[in-house]
Design a protein around this ligand. Structure first.
Ligand code: UGA
Length: 447
């Protein structure tokens, strides 16, 4: 068993702390906000992540996890300290490393004995060397090593992504990597309660820069894959082909695979966009020509424009049109609207003087859209709407009664921004169905 401290109780930190406890380690979660510490101690998670609160409650009961706002006390017994503070985009678009630098310096100043400092926050390539320098400066005589252990979890499925990963990447010097690998042993061997020994992840031991680069390379690839199929969806819109069948066929090639070929309004969230931007800055700083990587974010944003163009064409203009937006979260099973396509789309519609109303089952507020009209359910949202637009594929939207929607709407247009609704049910209700590159659906024949 390894004593672990996790600095930062945001998304990644809380999930990591709980998952390391599930894997049988003693974990201290260190969080500067006393309010958050109090909430976590009482078993309450300050964001929406399915299953996390239950796992937290179970681990609090085993006493394998505790939380403190005192960093020095929290890391006193730790063999391994994970830094999981946020690296949000700064004013110039580069990741803001203020919190990361401060946390690393505080750990450096407080660490006693051999301590391994692991960066889990997503950091610019080369951060590991800066971290080593910070630790040297804050605690010259100490025995500390820096390790990079990027995380690949997705919001909405974070705990299971952590416990059942495809791979675990640990970069740094060999001894330090060994200790972190020991901590991960129950996950790598799938020997924790509930583990699946038939499905063991691959452990990759690397140097610091390679581990840091793997994180960016993986996210950039997934974002590019989504963007690629979205460009194909625009071709399908023009040609009358069906992007879903194209994606199925392309995805059947084992070299390509169907995952992340889901066409729609494009990716959002706090990761893909930010990480691509960080790579672009890396290219600028190192005078590298990265045309493919540099084009992904702009093309993704273009897809948000594409749905506006569709709406304008189908409604014969946007001025004064009432548009119901279904879903605000950047994807289902999260209350996160950072970088969400919904925010850009709502803004474009408001600028075009459309009248918009939104319904999302979980998102409470959108900081960028403080005056957004909100409905309490789908049917209230669509009442008197000229168009209904699906922006997030929440499960409950699969049960929408489109006959009722058709009665309540003023117009008859449904735009499926995620290619997720059943077009036949919509068309059968007498509504027009538009999508992101699906072939047109004809209404059922009548006698
Ligand atoms: C992403 C990565 O998938 C994780 O591996 C990584 O750890 C994480 O970023 C991170 O760097 O922290 P996440 O942003 O939580 O995870 O969500 P995804 O499920 O990957 O979805 C990202 C966006 O892509 C969403 O807006 C989703 O709607 C969109 N998407 C996804 C598509 O438009 N089409 C697809 O086929 C798949």
């Amino acid at each position: 068993m390894v004593n672990v401290a996790v600095i930062g109780s945001g998304y990644v930190g809380t999930v990591a702390a709980v998952a390391f406890a599930i894997a049988g380690n003693d974990v201290v979660g260190v969080e500067a906000s006393a309010e958050k510490v109090a909430a976590l101690r009482s078993g309450s998670v300050p964001f929406h992540e399915p299953g996390l609160e239950q796992h937290l409650a179970e681990q609090l009961a085993t006493r394998r996890i505790r939380f403190t706002d005192d960093l020095a006390e929290g890391i006193a017994e730790a063999d391994v300290v994970f830094i999981c503070v946020g690296t949000p985009p700064g004013l110039d678009g580069r990741p803001d490393l203020t919190a990361l630098r401060a946390a690393t310096a505080q750990v450096g100043a407080a660490a006693q004995g051999r301590t391994i400092v692991v960066t889990k926050s997503t950091v610019p390539i080369g951060w590991g060397e800066e971290a080593q320098e910070i630790l040297r400066r804050t605690n010259a005589g100490s025995d500390m090593s820096v390790v990079s252990n990027p995380e690949f979890l997705r919001e909405g499925t974070a705990v299971s992504d952590f416990l059942y990963p495809d791979r675990v990447v640990i970069g740094g010097d060999a001894d330090a990597v060994d200790t972190v690998a020991e901590l991960y042993a129950p996950i790598i061997n799938q020997s924790f309660p509930g583990g699946d020994p038939t499905c063991r992840p691959v452990l990759l031991r690397t140097d610091l820069a390679t581990a840091e680069t793997i994180k960016y390379a993986a996210n950039a690839f997934l974002a590019a894959k989504i963007t690629y199929i979205n460009e194909v969806s625009r071709i399908c819109d023009a040609s009358g082909a069906d992007v879903e069948i194209v994606a199925d066929a392309v995805g059947l090639d084992h070299r390509i695979e169907r995952k992340y070929l889901g066409a729609g309004i494009g990716y959002g969230g706090s990761c893909f966009g930010k990480d691509l931007e960080a790579l672009t800055f890396y290219g600028v700083d190192h005078e590298l020509d990265l045309p493919l990587i540099n084009s992904v974010n702009p093309s993704n944003l273009r897809q948000r424009q594409h749905i506006i163009i569709k709406l304008r064409a189908a409604l014969g203009g946007l001025f004064g049109r009432r548009i119901a937006l279904l879903g605000l979260a950047y994807k289902p099973d999260t209350d996160d609207t950072r970088g969400a396509p919904s925010v850009t789309i709502a803004r474009h519609l408001l600028e075009a003087n459309a009248d918009i109303v939104a319904y999302d089952p979980v998102v409470k507020q959108v900081d960028e859209l403080p005056n957004l009209e909100r409905a309490t359910d789908v049917y209230e949202a669509v009442t008197d709407a000229d168009a209904t637009v699906l922006l997030t594929e929440w499960t409950e939207f699969g049960d929408i009664d489109f006959a009722r929607v058709a009665e309540l709407m003023r117009g008859d247009l449904v735009v499926d921004g995620r290619n997720w609704l059943d077009p036949h049910r919509i068309v059968a209700a007498g509504l027009r169905y538009h999508s992101m590159g699906r072939a047109p659906v004809t209404p059922p024949a009548t006698d």
